[in-house]
Design a protein around this ligand. Structure first.
Ligand code: MG
Ligand code: MG
Length: 254
């Protein structure tokens, strides 16, 4: 199903996006060497309750995960890239942490993810990989204009990722958002221009390039949720929710 929001709903989406962005900013500022992933989950649970928002994750039980997720934010560390389930782990200097967070506020979902290195020991290749997903995200956002097709976004994103020497997994990618977290259309992180759904004002898209340093193959962790690189290599992910408007892309989670 593809949902198109009214201008009033897009204004509510802006408030939802500000909340989601604020949570990620706050966690990023507070998380450091020694922070436990379960502590982060507890902070986010509190922020959701304080805002009167609704978690998209706690009861989430899709076919690709094992039972309800049971947590409020995804915390993917190092070789974990998607759906990282928080567990009893204290962050170490040089860890690469990805936070992925979606919540519903006033009936509208927004979804955003950010990768960063913890502490002082940032690895140069980690930084390059994170920057590459950010550039790919910017390219995808720039292509998100009325009349463009989802394939144009996929092509723009994939060109940045492959241009930097990374291979692209198209199993998981961007998606529509609205009253629920995962909707059509799918926005793969590589593809051919001129194909796919034609973007219309009122569509909300979560655009989310992610890569792994030396592979495009995933393995599922023993927790049934966390997806890791098959080689154990490090990974990065950047995501924003964008509204398609007559005036161009409006980034809701900046
Ligand atoms: Mg997300
Ligand atoms: Mg998403």
């Amino acid at each position: 199903m593809i949902e198109l929001l009214t201008p009033a709903e897009v204004r509510r989406a802006q408030a939802s996006g500000r909340f989601v962005a604020g949570v990620l900013r706050d966690v990023r500022e507070r998380a450091g060497v020694g922070t436990n992933l379960l502590e982060i989950d507890a902070w986010v649970q509190r922020m959701i309750a304080d805002a009167g928002a609704v978690s998209c994750y706690v009861d989430y039980a899709p076919s690709f995960g094992r039972g309800p997720f049971g947590h409020h934010i995804c915390t993917s560390v190092n070789d974990a890239v998607l759906h990282g389930k928080p567990f009893d782990y204290a962050l170490a200097d040089g860890d690469l942490l990805t936070l992925d967070f979606a919540a519903s506020l006033d009936g509208v979902v927004t979804d955003s993810a950010v990768s960063f290195t913890v502490g002082e020991r940032a690895d140069a290749e980690d930084v390059r990989m994170i920057e590459t997903t950010r550039r790919a995200l910017e390219a995808g956002i720039a292509a998100a204009v009325p009349g463009a097709r989802t394939g144009d976004l996929s092509h723009a994103i994939g060109a940045v990722l492959t241009g930097a020497g990374y291979s692209v997994n198209t199993q998981f990618g961007g998606h529509g958002v609205g009253s629920t977290m995962h909707q059509d259309p799918h926005v793969a992180n590589a593809g051919r221009p001129g194909r796919g759904y034609r973007l219309q004002p009122g569509l909300l898209l979560a655009i989310e390039p992610w890569i792994m340093a030396d592979t495009d193959e995933l393995v599922t962790d023993a927790d049934g949720w966390t997806l890791r690189s098959a080689t154990g290599a490090r990974t990065a992910h950047s995501e924003h929710t964008v509204a398609i408007t007559e005036d161009g892309p409006l980034v809701l989670t900046a």
